[in-house]
Design a protein around this ligand. Structure first.
Ligand SMILES: [Zn+2]
Length: 268
């Protein structure tokens, strides 16, 4: 699933392609998750923003087109003629954006969704998630206080998006490994919270610099794979030696999500 770095990569590529353009005639796959595409028609894109894993296209009239890519969603800009002619079974929505071009949303597995929000009033996860994980104004103390309000495992808390928005399974495992924190730990000291915040920023920023992590489906707007998968140190490497201490990494399942950690480096 695209996490913060993948959505940020898409945001950066999309910005010069759609900024100032007006969403003209549109088509949507007939499902409640995609039909809101039609509500954005007539809006001129004034901001290409992001919060956590959500892409937010601000429109001139105080509305926002909210895009969640789910597991396999992708955005691209293509010729209207090509889109209209293609019998693409994975097409979920498109909008004409002028100059014979269309903004196209494809999603094979259909876990993605679209919404139009008015004046920053959101619903679902977007409404309750914490500040963006790369928001530079968040201090270690803010983060520690946010974590203290829950007694759930630290990995579960990160995936909930409540302390910080944008962290999913890959970057949670990576950051917990860097900070040497057991993903099942339920209490963080102030010092651990500070280490974890630094680790999160480190892995997320490095991945943004590398255009995101492509394990299977994620592609950039230009249709390319990210390059960050070559830098993964812990996520999914269970059964292989820890890159720091050579202990064999273990796997457990936390809230239905496979979690990899080092039993030597990441002690409770
Ligand atoms: Zn280790």
């Amino acid at each position: 699933m695209p996490e913060l770095p993948e959505v940020e990569t898409i945001r950066r590529e999309l910005e010069p392609l759609v900024l100032g353009r007006t969403l003209g005639e549109a088509w949507a796959f007939p499902h409640t998750k995609f039909l809101p595409a039609l509500d954005a028609v007539g809006g001129r894109v004034t901001v290409v923003g992001r919060r956590g894993k959500y892409l937010l296209l601000g429109l001139h009239d105080d509305r926002e087109l909210v895009v969640h890519l789910g597991m396999t969603g992708s955005l691209s800009v293509r010729s209207v003629e090509v889109v209209g002619r293609a019998e693409d079974p994975h097409l979920r929505a498109w909008w004409e954006i002028g100059g014979d071009e269309a903004l196209v949303f494809r999603d094979t597995r259909r876990f993605g969704r679209l919404a139009v929000a008015l004046g920053g009033v959101y619903s679902g996860t977007l409404a309750v998630q914490g500040p963006d994980a790369l928001d530079p104004t968040i201090t270690a103390d803010d983060f520690w206080k946010a974590l203290k309000s829950s007694r759930r495992a630290i990995k579960t808390q990160l995936l909930s998006q409540r302390p910080l928005a944008g962290v999913g399974n890959i970057y949670a495992d990576e950051a917990l490994w860097i900070a040497r924190i057991d993903p099942r730990a339920r209490r963080m000291t102030r010092a651990q919270a500070a280490l974890l915040l630094d680790a999160l920023r480190e892995v997320l920023s490095a991945s943004v610099d590398n255009g995101g992590t492509t394990l299977r489906d994620y592609r950039t707007v230009a249709g390319e794979s990210g390059r960050n998968q070559e830098r993964i140190a812990c996520y999914g490497r269970y059964g292989e030696p820890c890159l720091r201490c050579a202990t064999i990494l273990r796997r457990t399942v936390l809230d239905g999500r496979t979690t990899t950690w080092c039993p030597s480096c990441q002690r409770r």
